[in-house]
Write a new protein. Sequence first.
Length: 106
Amino acid sequence: MLSNAVKYSPHGKNVYIAVSKSDSTCRISIKDEGPGISDQDKLKLFGKFQRLTAKPTGGEHSTGLGLSIVKKFVEMMRGRVWCESKLGEGAEFIVELPYVFDESVQ
Protein backbone atom coordinates (compact mmCIF):
# COMPACT_ATOMS: atom_id res chain seq x y z
CA MET A 1 0.00 0.00 0.00
CA LEU A 2 2.83 2.36 0.80
CA SER A 3 4.58 1.72 -2.50
CA ASN A 4 1.29 2.34 -4.33
CA ALA A 5 0.83 5.65 -2.52
CA VAL A 6 4.28 6.74 -3.66
CA LYS A 7 3.88 5.25 -7.14
CA TYR A 8 0.59 7.04 -7.88
CA SER A 9 1.38 10.42 -6.27
CA PRO A 10 2.87 13.24 -8.33
CA HIS A 11 6.47 14.17 -7.54
CA GLY A 12 6.65 16.54 -4.56
CA LYS A 13 3.32 15.46 -3.04
CA ASN A 14 3.01 13.97 0.44
CA VAL A 15 2.18 10.50 1.69
CA TYR A 16 0.89 10.23 5.26
CA ILE A 17 1.05 7.17 7.52
CA ALA A 18 -0.96 6.91 10.72
CA VAL A 19 -1.32 4.13 13.27
CA SER A 20 -4.01 4.14 15.94
CA LYS A 21 -5.52 1.65 18.34
CA SER A 22 -8.75 0.92 20.12
CA ASP A 23 -9.51 -1.66 22.78
CA SER A 24 -9.76 -4.43 20.19
CA THR A 25 -8.09 -3.27 16.97
CA CYS A 26 -5.06 -1.64 15.45
CA ARG A 27 -5.64 0.66 12.47
CA ILE A 28 -3.02 1.56 9.88
CA SER A 29 -3.80 4.31 7.39
CA ILE A 30 -1.83 5.34 4.31
CA LYS A 31 -3.06 8.51 2.63
CA ASP A 32 -1.67 10.13 -0.50
CA GLU A 33 -2.15 13.33 -2.48
CA GLY A 34 -2.53 11.53 -5.80
CA PRO A 35 -5.36 11.73 -8.35
CA GLY A 36 -7.84 9.73 -6.28
CA ILE A 37 -9.85 6.70 -7.34
CA SER A 38 -13.12 6.72 -9.26
CA ASP A 39 -16.20 4.89 -7.97
CA GLN A 40 -15.92 2.53 -10.96
CA ASP A 41 -12.29 1.69 -10.14
CA LYS A 42 -13.16 1.16 -6.45
CA LEU A 43 -15.37 -1.78 -7.47
CA LYS A 44 -12.38 -3.73 -8.83
CA LEU A 45 -9.66 -2.29 -6.60
CA PHE A 46 -8.78 -5.47 -4.69
CA GLY A 47 -9.19 -7.93 -7.58
CA LYS A 48 -6.31 -9.89 -9.10
CA PHE A 49 -4.55 -8.41 -12.14
CA GLN A 50 -6.65 -5.24 -12.02
CA ARG A 51 -5.36 -2.20 -13.88
CA LEU A 52 -7.17 0.98 -12.95
CA THR A 53 -7.50 4.22 -14.88
CA ALA A 54 -4.83 5.99 -12.78
CA LYS A 55 -1.31 5.46 -14.09
CA PRO A 56 1.96 5.41 -12.12
CA THR A 57 3.48 8.89 -12.12
CA GLY A 58 7.08 7.82 -12.74
CA GLY A 59 6.46 5.19 -15.41
CA GLU A 60 6.76 2.34 -12.89
CA HIS A 61 5.54 -1.13 -13.80
CA SER A 62 2.37 -2.53 -12.21
CA THR A 63 1.31 -6.18 -12.11
CA GLY A 64 -2.14 -5.49 -10.71
CA LEU A 65 -1.53 -7.96 -7.87
CA GLY A 66 -0.43 -5.79 -4.94
CA LEU A 67 -3.78 -4.86 -3.43
CA SER A 68 -5.25 -8.34 -3.93
CA ILE A 69 -2.28 -9.74 -1.96
CA VAL A 70 -2.79 -7.12 0.77
CA LYS A 71 -6.47 -8.06 1.02
CA LYS A 72 -5.67 -11.78 1.26
CA PHE A 73 -3.08 -11.30 4.03
CA VAL A 74 -5.31 -8.92 5.99
CA GLU A 75 -8.25 -11.33 5.80
CA MET A 76 -6.00 -14.21 6.92
CA MET A 77 -5.32 -12.16 10.06
CA ARG A 78 -9.09 -11.65 10.54
CA GLY A 79 -8.84 -8.00 9.58
CA ARG A 80 -10.31 -5.80 6.93
CA VAL A 81 -8.96 -3.37 4.35
CA TRP A 82 -10.74 -0.63 2.44
CA CYS A 83 -10.20 2.55 0.50
CA GLU A 84 -11.71 5.99 0.94
CA SER A 85 -11.19 8.29 -2.02
CA LYS A 86 -12.65 11.00 -4.21
CA LEU A 87 -11.30 11.92 -7.61
CA GLY A 88 -8.87 14.80 -7.34
CA GLU A 89 -8.47 14.40 -3.57
CA GLY A 90 -6.08 11.48 -3.19
CA ALA A 91 -6.77 8.10 -1.65
CA GLU A 92 -6.63 6.66 1.84
CA PHE A 93 -6.12 2.94 2.35
CA ILE A 94 -7.01 1.63 5.77
CA VAL A 95 -6.15 -1.72 7.36
CA GLU A 96 -7.83 -2.70 10.60
CA LEU A 97 -6.53 -5.74 12.47
CA PRO A 98 -7.90 -7.29 15.65
CA TYR A 99 -5.64 -7.75 18.61
CA VAL A 100 -4.92 -11.40 19.17
CA PHE A 101 -3.65 -12.27 22.61
CA ASP A 102 -1.88 -15.51 23.34
CA GLU A 103 -2.09 -16.12 27.07
CA SER A 104 0.64 -18.77 26.86
CA VAL A 105 3.24 -16.15 25.87
CA GLN A 106 4.77 -14.42 28.87
